[in-house]
Each structure stands twice: as C-alpha cells, then as structure tokens.
Write a new protein. Structure first.
Lengths: 770, 160, 289
C-alpha cells in the first residue's frame, strides 16, 4: 500500500506550525461587537433583583440581554432542565445571568461590572452522599416539569439511575471465602484545551450563522435550534480549526448568547471566554464515588459483586444520564466475574454542570476496578499479575448487557506483549531498603476495554478538474489528524493518488451531510469506511466515463498513477483531470456519497433499567504498565517507565497513532497525580487558574513505549479500529497501582497528590512495624 | 499613547493605552494572529515571542516597554514560501495536533537551537517547561528537535 | 497616560523623586503584569526600569570575602548561568533556574522578585543564607538594608515610593562550605514553591559544622532565617540527632497556610526531612570531603 500505513504528513501541519491556521479566536468580521457574560458568583440562590440599566446606558454598549429577552423554554441534551439565563434562581457559580455586546471587550467588561445582581443565598448542595440522602434539599424542586428527550429513571436529586440486579449476587456473598469492600473517589478533570471557548455569531435574513471550533457541528445546530425554538435549517454552523477540545466542545455552550446579541444588535458578535471563566464553567469530567464489594474465593476469583457509583452531574444533567450506563460495562473490567449488581446514579448538585472528557467515566471506573483487584490479590495472597491472567476475559465471554465479546482474547495477547518487554517477575522483584531517603519504586498494571462511538457519518468524494479528489465531509478532528491524515490516506489509497492530491473541507452544516462528530474514536473507523464505500462508487463512475472515451470495456480498464488506462496498452489512457472535464458535458460532475452506520451488537435489553447507552460497539483492548519512583521526603511521583499494549486493527498512520497514545497517556498522568479540583462546601472551585491547576509539562512526561496489536476489523477501512480515545482510560489505574505497591498501602482516591503519598507512606510503614 | 515597534524586521506605529500587553498589540492592532492568547498569566506559553532573540510571554510584556527591541513572532520564522527546517521537522514527526501551542513551541525551540545547537533531551524538556501542550504529550516534539539537530551538525545523537 | 522607558538609573531616580507615589514601577512584569491583567491593580503612569543596562551587571571584587554584587535588573536566566554566581552563590543560581519556565526567567529580575515580596518567592531564601543586602537609590542618596529588613511581610517592603532598588550584594560561599536551594513542588518546573529551603553550612577539616544558615520561604508571610535550627546544627557533624533537633526547631518556627496549591500540613511535614536532605547535600559539596 502506498498511502495507508505510512506516516503521511497532515495537511494542516504547515499552516499550524506557521501560525496561519485560523481558529475561532482568530475570526473577525466587519462591524463585529464583543460579548462578555455576567455570571453568578455564588453557587445557589434566589434572584431578588437583576438590574442591567446602568450597563445598557454605558457608552459603547449596544445591547444587554437577560432571561427576559431569551426564549423561556428549557433545553438539554437528555433532560430539558437548563435555561439560557438564570431567571428565578442561580444553581452554580458561573451560571450566566446576562450578556453584554459592546464596541470593545473592555467596554463590555466594564458594563458587566455595572450589572446589579442581588441574590438571597441558599445553602448549596455539594456532597454527593448528602445530595441523595433522604430529605436532601432539591437542586431542582420543579424537576418533574422537565421533559426528557430520552426516558430517564429520575427522582429527587437523581437525574437518572441505572440499576442491574441479576440473580445470584447474594448467594455469591454467602459462599465467599473473603469479602473485599472498597470505596474510591475521583475528582473532576478540566479538559484545559488551549484555545478557550469562543464563538462568532451573525444573524441575517432570519438565519443564524455560528462560527465555532466545535467537535459536533450537527448536534450543535440541532441543540441550538431547540434552545432558541427555531428550525434547524435556520442555523448554519461553520467550523474552524479546533484548538483542543477532548469532549469539552461537544455540546451546546456559549453560542446562543452571541447569537441572540447578533439578532438584537444587527451586528456580528464575538465571545471569547477568559481562562478562569472557561475553567470554572467548563463541562469537566465528573467527580464520582465508587463503592465495590466483591465476594471472592480462596484463589481470588470473584464469585459476585456489588458495584455502586455516584456521578456528579452538577447543576444540570447534560450527558450524565447517558454516562451512568458506562458503569455496567466497566463494573467487571477486563475480567470474568460472577453475578454483578450495578447501580449508578447521576446526581444534581449546585456546581458547574459536568460533561464529556476523553474516556468518559471510564478513567475512574477502571481505576476503581483495577485498584480493587490489586486489593483482592493482597487479601488472598496471590500475585497481582497472576490473578489478572487467571481471570482475564476470553473470546465469547459476555459483557453485563449480554453482549458477546468475540475477540476478547486479544487481552491475553496484550498481556503477553507487556510481559515480553517488561517481564513481571523480574521488574517486581523486591528491593528492600530501610533508608527513608531512598526513592520507593513500584510497578502497576491495568487493563481495559473501550468502545468506538457508532454514530453514523457521511462522506462525499468528488473528482476535481485537476485530477484531485475532494473529500467533502462534516467530519473534523479536534487535533487527532483523523481527517487531515487518516481520511486523506484512505482516499488516496483508493485512487492510487498521492496524499497531497486529496483535499478536505471544514465542516459547514449547509453543505455536508450528517457526521456524528469528533468523539469516541469514531472518525477513522466510521467516516473512513464511508470514504471507502463512496470511493467504490466514484471509481465506477470514473471508469464508466473513461470507457466511453477510450472505447473500451470497463473490465479492461485500470486506474494507475492518476490515469485510467487500458490494461496492457500503455498509450491508450486518459488522465483523471480530463475525465472530470469530459463528464461535465454528459453526466455532470463525478461525485459519490456514502454513509456508514456501524451495526450495533446484540444485547439483552432487560439487563438493566435506566440503561441509555446500551451497547459497546467495536470494542478495543488495552493493557498498560507503569513504573513509578516515589520521593519519600516530598511525596513527589515520577513516572519512570510507561508501556502500552493496544489493539488498533490497522494503523493507518503510525505517527498519528503514536501521537494519540502519547497524548492520551499524558492526560491520564495529569488525572492521576497532578490535576486536582477541590470544591468547597460553598460549591466553588478552589483552583481557578492554570497556576494552581497543574497540567503536565515536558520535563515530567515519560516516553511511552507503544506496542500495537493489529487484528484487522473487516468492517473498518483497511481493517482500522478506533484508537484515539482509549489511551487515557487505564492510566490512573496503572499509576495508582504502582504507587500503592511502592508505598505498601492502598491508595483509593484521585488525584494522588504529594500529601496523599506521604500519608500512604506513613500508613505503609506503620503496617510493616505491626 | 503612540508606540513604534519593530516586529519581524518591520516597523509598526500604533496608538494604545499604557499597560496594553504586547500580545494584544500583536493580535488586535498589527493583526499578526499567529501568536495565541490562552491563559494570560504566563503559565501556558502560547503567546511566546522572541525579544532580542530570547523567549518571553507576550501576555506579560507591556507593549510600550518593547520600544527599541527586536520582536520576532511565529510569522517571522521560516520564509514567505517555506517553513524553517525545524518547523518542518516538528510537523513531520507528529509534533502538531490541534496546533494551538505550536507557534509558541516553535518560537521557544528556535531560540533553543540557536543558543544550544546540540541540546540533550533533558535540555529540550526543560526549555519547554513554559510551553504547555495538551495534545501530544511532548515526545514527538522532543524527538523532532533531536532529529533536526543531529541532521544539521556534528551533534552525536544523544542517548539521554 | 504616561509610560517612561528609563535609560539610566539617574533618569529613573529623578522620575521617582517627582512622582514616585503615582508611578507603577515595571521590571520584568512577570508579577506586575499578571496583577494588571487580573485588574487587581490599575495605573496610567508607568516607569519601566527593566532596560537600564548599568543595573544588569554582576560583579565580584578580586579580594577574598568581598561581596558579590548583582544589579537589580539582572534576569533570573542570566544569574542562573553566570560563572561567578555558580561559583560563589550556587544556591542562588539554582533558585533562579526554578522561577517559572524559560520565558519567566528571561523577563524576570532579582530586583522584581524581592520587591514583589511574595511569601513563596524563590530568591530570598538563598539570599538570606548569604547575608544579602539591598541597595536603594533616591534623589537623596543611597542606603543599604539587610534583605531581612527590606522584606517586611507578604508583598510589603521597606522601599519608599521615591526609591529604586539598584543592587543586591551577598557574601560569597567560602571554601570549606556548601549550600543548596531545595524547592518543593510536584512538577520539575513552573511551580510556585510549596516550600523553598536554602541551607549554607561551613565545615572544619573534620566535617564539624562551624557555621550554619537556614532560610525558608512559603511557610510564613515572609521568608526567614531559622536561627534556632541553625544553632542546633552548629558543632554537629550533621548527625541524625542534630538534624532532628534542627528540623523540629524549623517546623516550630513555621506558620504555613492552606491554599489552592497545598495544605499547611503538607508544608509543615516536609520541613524536617527536607532539612536533612539539604544538610546531606551541603556535605557533598565541600570539596575537601
């Protein structure tokens, strides 16, 4: 193959490296005004008075809008619980109460300072256990009036409850040799994309045009239309380069404010968030509490399990009712476990609404299950690797939804790959030291399955008059290169062209067909397949036109080096560029469109209630190993070695694949040991800037060793599976296992900060002395 | 308040309030938008420019303090038609994903190789401490520099 | 609106004499501009002293024991790489190399760091163990203060509004001595010190500590010398009981707070083991051992 499997350079690489790529923050339109939002500074309260008159009167201000100027109905992805502006109550710190459009951002900021908001503060609901306790104050007393796009099992402060209660769980506990009980906690993680959220909105002749760096333009279009109570065709979403997203730019966000102001003022309006504002209101990865109880036999096999998760939805449900389903897929992890009861609840609190971040919910679920397995190994007295190898899933094993995993034995191969480069017995050989200043060393391992998002995607291929192929699709990549590398390579391979002869587009919902967005590792697999399917159709059309021109049978034609020629007759050929022009006068321009929607696996719908995300399509398999060194004086953790074994189907672009693995692991390292958001009892974030929210930096990040397994997926383009999301999923688990092993004490919450490490070292030493 | 700045070898005259940052002048007055704004507190490095060849965060430089300095932005690296070899190396090695950090990183690394033509891996890592990348995990960027410098000169490929 | 780019000390001092009260003095801007961008401070009159060349020099007298003199506008980057500083004030060089990242180190200055007087500033602890003094110039003349008299508290110094800090002088590390600066933070860069500990020890030929300087930042409103801890080390060989006593004294003298970066309890508990590490490293630096 000439294109697929090579490390072709991404088409947008040079413009990005030169600072020429235009992101939404770089977009400017003539006459543009600047918007700044007025936001609540407390987490919960009744609005007594909101007076924007002084702001309206400030010279340079063109409009100020509030709930009184916005559509009254509520909106939401799954539960319609959200207003555009707080009308009677504020429910999280940062909730918008007004929006100002002015000649300059400085004037807009000054106007916001003149807005008078008087609140009668209420005691915020923050703690998850308190929120679900009987008699808890309701975040939304009127929750029953909220309609649902998809039915959710909800009550009081619970936005959706998943419940799976198969028979046999209690019996398993009755026969257990050991019962192991653990509670795990994980904090929020901020996506911290470097390009802050931004939008430029225009309103003309009854239509809105939204310029935005967005992962899912079609969903944005529809959610925006729903929020404003207009037809989706009255909205056009125009995509720009995305300066990072990772799930944080997947839903409706700040677009309506700029849009409503554009309509009110008759001018384009730009809104760019400041970093603290972006941080404290971002739909971050939710914080969660996971409680696991396992019935274990003498060898460490889990006979039954009780698995309970509380997910913090924040003040509005967002996608969290969806995410509770993931607990069902992750409750047993990558291992065979007896009957498992699973309950997972999305809980309302008076905090910023949470949302999607790479590896949704999986990062803490895998952490909990893998930490719990290490704990089981300790209780039973079995080696941590041996217990995994004895119980790992195999071909034909089911998930808890009844879905069969036909290829789960890939997990065993992944473990074998890890063993090949990091022989367990050797690297975990004990080194005893009593010197309290010497670094403590530990190894951890973790395995996971992950999913490929099955939303459909459409691609149109058109033959250009210069012999290029135009790949017209609303697919975008929020940095991964799935479009600018993968899809281009697939198209180039189909036509025997150079990758540079495949031209891609930016998303525009007026032009392209539906694409399910840059999420869940779907773009290469789903849109790549659509590209492949439409290439077959386009080839047929090209050969048809060529056969008439060359006066030959289609069966005698071949497409080689940008020409269609008669096989065996070197001088009877026509270049692709000529074919497009030829077709103009007869059949018209040569296009083909294909849409692909992956088949959903069979499952048992009666397995659980509240189960919205009900299958795990196209699973991939992952095993990670981490080696850490812990400084016993400071509690600092260094990741000195990190190995990934990942199933990829077919690596379309090896440099691109490695980039997703190295990048995903780095985000996982941040989640495990650096990035902490502490929420006070006042519902406010204590970390509010990048100075106190520590992102991973270059001096600290290890070089990940990536071992790729390739079992081609016949449904994928050239066998490719989704690869980009999962590298983050097992990281915190592997690192937490390594740190716990290093210090000799079970560490059960994330992030693991230096003070937590010192606590664990003390506890570990106390145990040794007993 | 009037101000004359030399950016990428060219003189620009602007009129802005005292205290306006160099970053705002570059993006909003001179319309060189390659230098990015992200944290506005000197943590992320997306606004890195060279002042007399040394990397600085433009968000924390008062524009009026930059008179009589030579300012180099990302637009001043490479030529009108081509990337610099270092830029090309970073692109080729997979060091660009979303690209928002890339201009700042290119500027910092351009200064690094000018000062230290054979940097070790640790020197590259420490030089990049003030440039956050959320996408790549840094390794491909570091490898691009190691490859580029070992190609260029008599640097032995560093093992460290 | 005024923005003055001072070209000489004389020019800066005369501006300060006329309107020091209203002028916002700008050095590297790595603290002042952050505060300005956050709208915590406002000003329409600025005095930029960063580019005064005569304030960017590092000098040492050829006579033994004479102080090392660093111009107030010398950058952290320049200080961290200067051969005189590396030889005679290695703890200061190490501290300067940890302030933010490369960008911060190019812009930021020693004068700016001490005038900003953050409790977590990196430069004061190594300066304190070197008996640093601060030179201030005004139209009335020059005065010199010990650094410990110059930094009064959190973001508060003895600088009068008509004064310019022109230089910092410190006692060079003598032979038969060692010094370190240990900074506590989870990452290898870009950290505001959770604890910043500087230790300078002088030894006799048998390895007995003849003089000890211990200074710490980030555990009180201002960085300070821990005199009781110093006394506990003097006369010892850096043995465990001396270090335990010194560590306990250091912890007792500290009054750390909880903040978004770390809890007070963490800052307190690392002090003693950190001091032990610092003492051990000082010993390894004494070239006679």
């Amino acid at each position: 193959m000439s294109a697929v499997g090579t490390s072709a350079v991404r088409s947008d690489g040079p413009i990005k490296a030169r600072g020429q790529a235009r992101y939404t923050v770089d977009v400017g339109l003539p006459g543009m005004l600047h918007c700044v939002l007025a936001r609540s500074t407390v987490a919960a309260g009744r609005i007594v008075r909101l007076d924007v008159s002084k702001a309206r009167q400030l010279p340079g201000v063109h409009a100020v809008i509030t709930a009184a100027d916005a559509p009254m109905h509520r909106n939401g992805m799954l539960i319609r619980d959200q207003e555009l502006f707080a009308s009677t109550h504020v429910r999280y710190e940062g909730e918008p109460v007004a929006a100002v459009a002015a000649e300059t951002k400085a004037i807009a900021r000054r106007a916001v300072e003149l807005i008078e908001l008087e609140l009668e503060q209420m005691s915020p609901v923050v703690d998850l256990d308190d929120a679900v306790a009987a008699g808890a104050r309701l975040v939304h007393p009127e929750w029953q009036t909220f309609s649902m796009a998809i039915p959710c099992e909800r009550y009081d402060n619970v936005a959706n409850e998943l419940m799976a209660n198969p028979p046999g769980v209690d019996e398993a506990f009755a026969q257990a040799a050991h019962i192991v009980t653990d509670e795990y906690r994980a904090g929020r993680q901020y996506q911290a994309y470097l390009e802050p959220k931004a939008v430029v909105a225009e309103y003309e002749a009854g239509r809105y045009t939204i310029h935005v760096s967005h992962q899912f333009p079609f969903a944005l279009r529809d959610r925006f239309a729903d929020a404003l109570g207009i037809r989706s065709s009255d909205v056009r979403v125009v995509g720009h380069h995305i300066g990072g997203a990772f799930g944080g730019k997947l839903d409706l966000g700040i677009e309506p404010y700029a849009a409503l102001l554009a309509k009110a003022t008759g001018r384009p309006v730009k809104l760019v968030q400041e970093r603290t504002e972006d941080f404290i209101t971002c739909p971050s990865r939710e914080n969660a509490i996971i409680r696991i109880r396992s019935a274990v036999d003498a060898e460490g096999q889990v006979l039954g399990r009780d698995f309970d998760v509380l997910l913090d939805a924040g003040a509005f449900a967002g996608d969290t009712p969806f995410l509770v389903s993931i607990a069902l897929f992750m409750a047993n992890g990558a291992y065979r476990v007896g009957p498992t009861r699973v309950r997972a609840r999305a809980v309302y609190t008076n905090t910023a609404p949470t949302g999607a971040f790479r590896g949704v919910s999986g990062t803490y679920l895998v952490f909990a299950v893998e930490r719990h397995l290490d704990h089981i190994a300790e209780v039973v007295g079995v080696d941590r690797m041996a217990i995994r190898l004895a119980n790992v899933l195999r071909n034909g094993d089911p998930l808890l939804n009844g879905q069969r995993l036909d290829d789960a034995s890939i997990l065993g191969e992944a473990f074998a790959e890890i063993e090949r480069v990091a022989p367990w017995a050797q690297i975990t050989a004990p080194t005893t030291t009593t010197d309290p200043t010497v670094a403590l060393r530990g190894i951890g391992v973790a395995a996971a399955l992950w999913v490929t998002n099955p939303l459909p995607g459409e691609a149109t291929l058109r033959l250009g008059e210069d012999g290029t192929i135009h790949l017209i699709s609303a697919a975008n990549d929020n940095g991964s290169g799935a479009v600018t590398m993968g899809l281009r390579q697939i198209a180039a391979e189909e036509f025997g062209l150079d990758v540079n002869d495949v031209i891609t587009t930016m998303p525009d919902t007026d032009v392209q067909g539906f694409d399910g967005g840059s999420q869940g590792s779907r773009t290469t697999h789903v849109v790549g397949r659509a590209v492949h399917d439409s290439a077959i159709e386009l080839r047929r059309k090209i050969l048809d036109v060529a056969s008439k021109h060359l006066e030959a049978d289609v069966a005698d034609l071949e497409l080689v080096a940008g020409h269609v020629g008669v096989r065996g007759v070197p001088d009877r050929r026509v270049p692709l560029s000529q074919i497009a022009t030829l077709a103009r006068g007869t059949v018209g321009s040569l296009n083909a469109t294909a849409s692909y929607a992956p088949a959903l696996p069979a499952y048992d719908p009666s397995c659980a209630s509240g189960f919205i995300f009900s299958t795990f399509p196209n699973p991939t398999y992952h095993v990670h190993l981490a080696e850490v060194e812990v400084d016993p004086v400071t509690g600092n953790v260094s990741i000195v070695r990190y190995v990934v074994a990942q199933e990829v189907g077919k690596a379309i672009n090896p440099v691109g694949v490695y980039g997703q693995i190295q990048g995903g692991v780095t985000q996982g390292i941040g989640y495990a040991i650096y990035e902490g958001i502490d929420i006070g009892s006042d519902g406010r974030y204590q970390q509010r800037t990048l100075a106190s929210y520590r992102l991973p930096i270059a001096p600290d990040i290890p070089r990940v060793e990536a071992l790729l397994l390739e079992h081609p997926d016949p449904a994928g383009p050239f066998g490719a599976k989704g690869i980009a999301e999962p590298p983050i999923v097992p990281v915190a688990a592997a690192i937490a296992n390594a740190i716990s092993a290093a210090v000799g004490h079970q560490i059960n919450s994330l992030p693991i900060r230096p003070n937590d490490v010192l606590d664990a070292i003390e506890a570990g030493r106390a145990k040794l002395q007993q | 308040m009037d101000l004359s700045l030399c950016v990428n070898g060219r003189q620009y005259d602007v009129d802005v309030e005292s205290g306006t940052s160099l970053l705002d002048v570059l993006r909003d007055e001179i319309h060189l938008t390659g230098t990015k704004e992200s944290c506005v507190e000197g943590e992320c490095g997306t606004c890195t420019v060279l002042i007399d060849g040394r990397p600085h965060d433009a968000c924390l430089l008062a524009a009026h303090a930059m008179e009589d300095t030579e300012i180099t932005t990302i637009e001043g690296i490479g030529t009108a038609d081509a990337m610099s070899p270092l830029q090309a190396a970073i692109v080729g090695a997979g060091g660009v994903q979303c690209g928002f950090c890339t201009p700042g990183i290119v500027v910092t690394l351009t200064a690094l190789v000018a000062e230290a033509p054979c940097p070790t891996e640790d020197e590259i890592r420490m030089a990049l401490a003030g440039n956050i990348c959320r996408c790549t995990g840094y390794v491909q960027i570091i490898d691009a520099v190691l490859q580029h410098t070992s190609d260029l000169s008599t640097c032995a490929e560093s093992a460290s | 609106m005024t923005f003055i780019n001072a070209r000489s000390t004389e020019q800066a001092v005369s501006e300060l004499a006329v309107r020091g009260e209203e002028l916002l003095v700008l050095a590297g801007g790595t603290d002042v501009m952050v505060q300005y961008q956050r709208r915590e401070i406002r000003s329409s009159a600025w005095l930029n002293v960063r580019r005064i060349e005569e304030l960017q020099r590092i000098d040492a007298s050829t006579a033994t024991g004479k102080p090392l003199r660093i111009g107030a506008m010398t950058s952290h980057r320049a200080i961290s790489r200067d051969t005189l500083v590396l030889r005679y004030a290695p703890a200061l060089a190490a501290a300067c190399a940890t302030v933010g990242g490369w960008q911060t180190q190019e812009a930021g200055t020693i004068g700016g760091n001490i005038c900003n007087a953050s409790p977590a500033a990196d430069l004061p602890p190594p300066l304190l163990v070197a008996d640093a003094t601060v030179t201030l110039m005004s139209s009335h003349g020059t005065r010199t203060l010990l650094l410990s008299e110059f930094i009064l508290g959190r973001r508060s110094t003895a600088r009068r509004s008509d004064e310019l800090v022109t230089a910092v002088e410190l006692q060079p590390l003598p032979d038969g001595a060692g010094e370190v600066y240990l900074k506590v933070g989870p990452r290898r860069g870009m950290e505001v010190a959770l604890v910043g500990l500087a230790v300078r020890l002088m030894f006799d030929e048998d390895g007995v500590v003849t003089d000890a300087r211990v200074a710490v930042g980030s555990v009180a409103p201002a960085p300070f010398r821990a005199h009781e801890a110093e006394q506990a080390l003097i006369g010892s060989r850096g043995d465990k009981s001396a270090i335990d006593e010194a560590g306990a004294a250091l912890s007792a003298a500290a009054s750390p707070i909880d903040d978004a970066r770390a809890p007070a309890a963490y800052r307190r508990r690392v002090l003693s083991p950190l001091l032990a590490r610092a003492v051990a490293q000082c010993y390894t630096q004494d070239t006679r051992r």
